[in-house]
Design a binder for this molecule. Structure first.
Ligand SMILES: [Mg+2]
Length: 388
């Protein structure tokens, strides 16, 4: 059966939320940033991007490029609130949903066509509902695979829908530069260029034998992707073996404050997905990819399986400290929760004999969150100021 996969991605998400909070920012070049002298751009509006401003750029450089830009401090709580509302809307369209970050996710629509009809009108309805209820624009890519849909949603920006019909996946990818393909980084790209390959289509057409000679088995997988062949499944919530989240920075960085803030974002999303799935993690891991493409990972067994942001973050921060041993620019940061088990309810809350006061406190707060809304309780140490 031909799969129908949606990739849904909110446009300029942080900036769009800032504009909902302060409509005078509409139409203006806006830069979202933690705001300290050494910090970097978290997000930039399309108006600011025209001047060459982009995320992860040092703030001083961004201000030189676009002095008229309005600076907004990060407002992570508000971003989380809108993110949750976004995924709540999507969950009504298909149960097979995989959040990829705060503002984007995959949806497997294959089984829904009988109930809801063809995907394109449905994508239009999702766009309308997200705009009406949240005031946000979402771009949507539709195709038979996650890979192609992600590229399609990017090409559809802003506020567009791109439906790649079955059989045309490779056509869409063909003219794109090779670096747009997942798995092609600064090491692989020059090697592909040596073989005269600049576009995804050129890799797709390369004789199989040559691909094997140059890159081995790994190259075959890469060529399959270049041909638009990607079978990876949309991970339905609750069936995951691990929950992880990572971010490739637009510009490599050594800024520890920025890394901790990025880690916080990654952890909060992983924690949220664990709780949504009724899962707890026994192990937490941190992954760092340096600019030279070397990969360093650390993992640690948690005192007890948890789905709580603060416990996960504390472990993540410890491991980040251990992994940052080199003064080399960092390209990617990831956080993962592993060895998942189904949550044993609110055991901490009723464990009167337990000595883990913090655990009980977390469980109680989580219960309040569930009852009165996620934002009713926040952890002081998870506020951005404290991780600078
Ligand atoms: Mg986005």
């Amino acid at each position: 059966m031909q799969r129908i996969i949606f990739h849904l991605d909110l446009d300029a998400f942080f900036v769009a939320v800032e504009r909902l909070l302060d409509p005078s920012l509409c139409g203006q070049p806006v830069i979202v940033s933690p705001g300290t002298a050494r910090s970097v751009v978290s997000a930039a509006s399309y108006e600011a991007r025209k001047f060459g401003v982009h995320s992860a750029q040092p703030i001083a450089q961004a201000r030189r490029l676009c002095p008229q830009a309005i600076l907004c401090p990060d407002n992570f709580k508000a971003y989380q609130k809108y993110s949750r509302a976004f995924f709540k809307i999507l969950a009504a369209y298909s149960p097979d949903l995989e959040p990829a970050s705060l503002d984007e996710g995959y949806m497997d629509y294959t089984a829904c066509t009988r109930l809801f009809g063809p995907p394109l009108p449905q994508a239009g309805r999702i766009q309308e509902q997200v705009r009406e209820e949240l005031g946000l624009d979402v771009s949507i890519g539709i195709s038979s695979s996650k890979l192609v849909s992600k590229i399609a949603s990017d090409l559809a920006k802003p506020a567009g829908i791109l439906h790649v019909l079955p059989g045309h996946e490779a056509d869409l990818l063909s003219a794109l530069p090779i670096r747009r393909l997942i798995g092609v980084g600064p090491k692989t790209e020059p090697r592909l260029r040596q073989l005269g390959i600049r576009t995804i289509g050129e890799l797709a057409r390369l004789p199989r034998g040559l691909v094997g000679q140059a890159f081995g088995d790994w190259g075959f997988g890469l060529q399959d992707l270049a041909r638009g062949q990607d079978d990876s499944a949309v991970a339905p919530r609750g069936r995951a073996k691990s929950v992880s989240n990572e971010e490739t920075f637009a510009v490599d960085t050594t800024d520890v404050g920025f890394l901790k803030f990025a880690l916080q974002r990654l952890v909060c999303e992983v924690g949220y997905r664990l709780r949504q799935s009724g899962l707890r993690a026994a192990t937490a891991c941190v992954k760092v990819r340096y600019a030279d493409f070397s990969l360093h990972t650390r993992s640690e067994t948690l005192p007890e399986p948890t789905d709580l942001d603060r416990v996960l973050y504390e472990s993540g921060e410890r491991q980040l400290g251990r992994v940052l041993t080199r003064r080399v620019l960092i390209r990617l940061l990831g956080f993962g929760a592993q060895n998942l088990e189904t949550g044993k309810g609110q055991s901490n809350l009723f464990d009167v004999s337990g000595h883990d006061r913090l655990g009980k406190l977390h469980a109680a707060a989580d219960k309040i969150k569930k009852r009165y809304g996620y934002d009713s309780v926040s952890w002081a140490s998870l506020k951005r100021q404290d991780v600078e």
